[in-house]
Write a protein that binds this ligand. Structure first.
Ligand code: GLP
Length: 263
């Protein structure tokens, strides 16, 4: 998307980034309303363009959205058979068949229930993470622009998007990354055995995310309140990768009351 590329050039020339757009922020009383809104957002997108290309998140936040999407599919309210989906990230190293992998998460919560045209995810079991990142970057570039990227927000003060932790640059692309200690602490609790948490991951870059035509960021719970506030206020800078969303002209942020409580 040309509009964002201009920022990559400024950044490379050493200029500080200025927020250019204000995301639309929608606050719901209940978590379930965020889930329903997010599912409706996806259904509308696919209704408007049946061969939509979507970027999909993992984590606790989108579970309700996926549940609503599976239900809508079962009721014949949406057809994903022409949709292409790309996941944001995957732990590395990670056997895709492990219960802890994002591959397993996506199978369990969406793709075992809903057929799509194509689904792509970074392979945590690949021998060479650099080569795997390049394979995925090449695949993504063939499908750009993504029509809709759905994102969650990193825990605590990380403000990460996918696994773009603090320090990630605006023009970053798909790559191997080392996880932030705060991410490791929170995400280990989602592992069957918390001691098996990984310290590394493969992730789409900030530029891959900002290349999408439209972005939907979801956040629920008071644990995201600090990050939501920092996403929207303060400088657009690498100490809060989610602040880069203010460089994009078409961002919607759906929150429950708790996540919006520091705004
Ligand atoms: C994880 C994922 C992100 C996700 C975020 C939020 O670390 N890599 O893509 O959006 O953290 O997770 P949760 O929804 O569980 O809070």
């Amino acid at each position: 998307m040309a509009i964002v590329t201009e920022f990559y050039e400024k950044f490379r020339e050493g200029e500080s980034l200025e927020a250019k757009y204000t995301p639309e922020v929608i606050i719901f009383d209940e978590e379930g309303e965020v889930d329903a809104f997010a599912a409706e957002f996806v259904i509308d997108q696919v209704a408007k363009k049946e061969d939509s290309v979507l970027t999909l998140p993992t984590g606790n936040t989108p579970l309700g959205m996926y549940e609503n999407l599976v239900q809508a599919y079962n009721f014949g309210q949406v057809d994903f058979s022409n949709v292409t989906a790309f996941n944001l990230d995957e732990y590395y190293p990670m056997d895709p068949n492990s219960e802890d992998s994002y591959y397993s998460y996506m199978r369990k919560n969406l793709f075992d229930h809903v057929p799509v045209k194509e689904w792509h995810i970074l392979n945590g079991g690949a021998d060479d993470p650099e080569k795997e990142a390049q394979r995925y970057a090449d695949l993504l570039s063939v499908h750009q622009p993504i029509d809709l990227a759905i994102l969650g927000l990193g825990p605590k003060t990380t403000c990460h998007l996918a696994f773009n932790e603090r320090g990630s640059q605006v023009d970053s692309r798909t790559r191997f990354v080392t996880l932030d200690p705060e991410t490791i602490g929170v995400n280990s609790q989602l592992f069957v055995n918390p001691n098996e948490i990984r310290t590394g991951a493969l992730t789409q870059g900030i530029a891959d995310i900002l290349d999408a035509e439209k972005i939907l960021l979801l956040a629920k719970g008071v644990g995201k309140a600090w990050g939501v506030n920092r996403t929207l206020k303060g400088p657009v800078s690498s100490d809060a990768p989610s602040s880069y969303l203010r460089l994009h002209p078409n961002v919607t942020i759906a929150l429950d009351k708790a996540a919006a409580s520091y705004l």
